[in-house]
Write a protein that binds this ligand. Structure first.
Ligand code: M6R
Length: 426
């Protein structure tokens, strides 16, 4: 028997795992194991089979886990979609969510609670749920939600997003939601983790073990799951006709292939290495996005700051004139997320404004966009895709950029200072 605080630590030895609940203990002896509460009263326990391949928790030929996790996103997205799409009926199947259509139809509101990268995924989810399921959505930092007096009712769905499923604030927010009678669900990566156990239903991310402290593939998997959730709720609520669903599902299925191509090209070129060479001495970066890519700006900035220790701010581009533009000069590069979407023209004008003030611009843009090449100083290309799915591709260049910057600065990429993979205490 092995005792560990995280599954990857023991994956080489066993895939049968028992989780302890709060205030429980396990006494392991040569003769076996006994589970009890802290007063010694025996408690029932179940064993969960972890469907992760032990090699998935190893670096293989990669230098860092984060690098490996970035470059396996084509595969992790395939796994995320597997068995969830019904191509005959153009429908999404989410059995583990335990939310039958009638219950889905009775919902009045969705609240998303999460921390860090998972919170930014939740911000993308708001766009999906409002657009496809026509439900009002609030996205809350779990650490704030738990200390307010949030209004939660039995006809509200509270969705926690968590890679680890063990983040203390997210679990506390879920408890608050449960106490107030809401329907609860978790979008979670670690099978059998607390978030999956304490909720009415869950969607597993299927990203495989994520070991690098900086979350990467869990972001793209959870955004994809939020898209599936929005599609599912939209379909249950009779809002999406079969033709619309067929188009959205077809676009979704192109995602892993396009991600794979993007990552492949990045792995075989020197673009990101050269950018890190050029930018690693800068002290401040501004990231701008608008609409569905505004959360990507925030996530890109978080990636840079947590592993490179460079100050970076993610901002909604439309807010520039309300303050941050005062910061722009040659010493603060601006990263602009500008795929060809319905706010594209506004992002172009944003680039022009930064350039007019002597700023440097790195733009995440469609690879066939000739206009942006004449406007920005550097382009980080992504393939064109349905506008709703752009966040999933647009974040990848930002992950690679942050990774290369951290490597160039000699930082400990997988274990950045002061950070832990799972924040299990306040
Ligand atoms: O396991 P969780 O998704 O609940 O973790 C939430 C955050 O602690 C996590 O995303 C953190 O912000 C990462 N270091 C971001 O890369």
């Amino acid at each position: 028997m092995y005792i560990a605080s995280d599954i990857p630590a023991i994956l080489r030895h066993t895939r049968e795992v028992t989780f302890l609940e709060s205030r429980q203990m396990a006494v392991v002896t040569a003769g076996g194991v006994q589970f009890s509460d802290l007063d010694g009263a025996p408690v029932n326990h179940t064993t969960v089979h972890i469907d992760w391949n032990p090699t998935a928790a190893e670096k293989g030929a990669y230098r860092h886990f984060m690098q490996k996790e970035i470059f396996e996103q084509g595969r992790s997205l395939t796994d995320t979609l597997r068995s969830r799409l019904d191509f005959t009926n153009h429908a999404v199947m989410l059995e583990s969510l335990q939310l039958p259509p009638a219950r889905a139809r009775s919902l009045e509101k969705v609240t998303i609670v999460a921390c860090g990268t998972s919170y930014y995924a939740g911000l993308v989810g708001k766009y999906y749920l409002e657009r496809l399921a026509r439900l009002p959505v609030e996205v809350d930092y779990a650490s704030e939600f738990r200390y307010r007096s949030p209004i939660v009712r039995p006809d509200h769905l509270v969705v926690a997003i968590s890679q680890s499923g063990e983040t203390v604030d997210t679990l506390a927010a879920l408890e608050e939601a449960r106490d107030q009678g809401a329907v609860t669900a978790a979008i979670v990566n670690v099978v059998g983790s607390q978030a999956a156990r304490v909720t009415d239903g869950h969607i597993y991310m299927q990203a495989g073990p994520e070991i690098g402290v900086a979350s990467t593939k869990a972001f793209t998997a959870s955004v994809t799951d939020l898209f599936l959730l929005a599609l599912y709720l939209g379909q249950c609520r009779g809002l999406l006709d079969p033709e619309t669903r067929a188009t959205l599902i077809r676009d979704l299925t192109t995602l892993p292939g396009l991600a794979g191509e993007l990552l492949d090209r990045a792995a075989h070129g020197t673009r990101y290495h050269d950018l890190a060479e050029r930018f690693h001495t800068y002290h401040n970066f501004l990231y701008l996005g608008r609409g569905i890519n505004y959360p990507v700006a925030r996530e890109g900035a978080l990636k840079l700051k947590e592993i490179s220790y460079i100050h970076a701010e993610g901002y909604p581009a439309g807010e520039m004139k309300h303050g941050p533009i005062a910061l722009v000069d040659a010493s603060m590069p601006t990263v602009v997320i500008a795929p060809r979407d319905h706010v594209y023209d506004k992002m172009i004008s944003q680039i022009e404004q930064v350039k007019a003030r002597g700023g440097l611009v790195l733009a995440v843009a469609n690879e066939d966009d000739e206009i942006i090449r004449t406007k920005a100083d550097f382009v980080l290309p992504i393939p064109p895709i349905n506008e709703l799915l752009t966040p999933i591709l647009a974040v990848m260049p930002l992950q690679i950029f942050a990774y290369e910057m951290a490597v160039r600065r000699g930082a400990d990429v997988d274990q950045p200072r002061n950070l832990a993979k799972s924040v299990t205490v306040e």
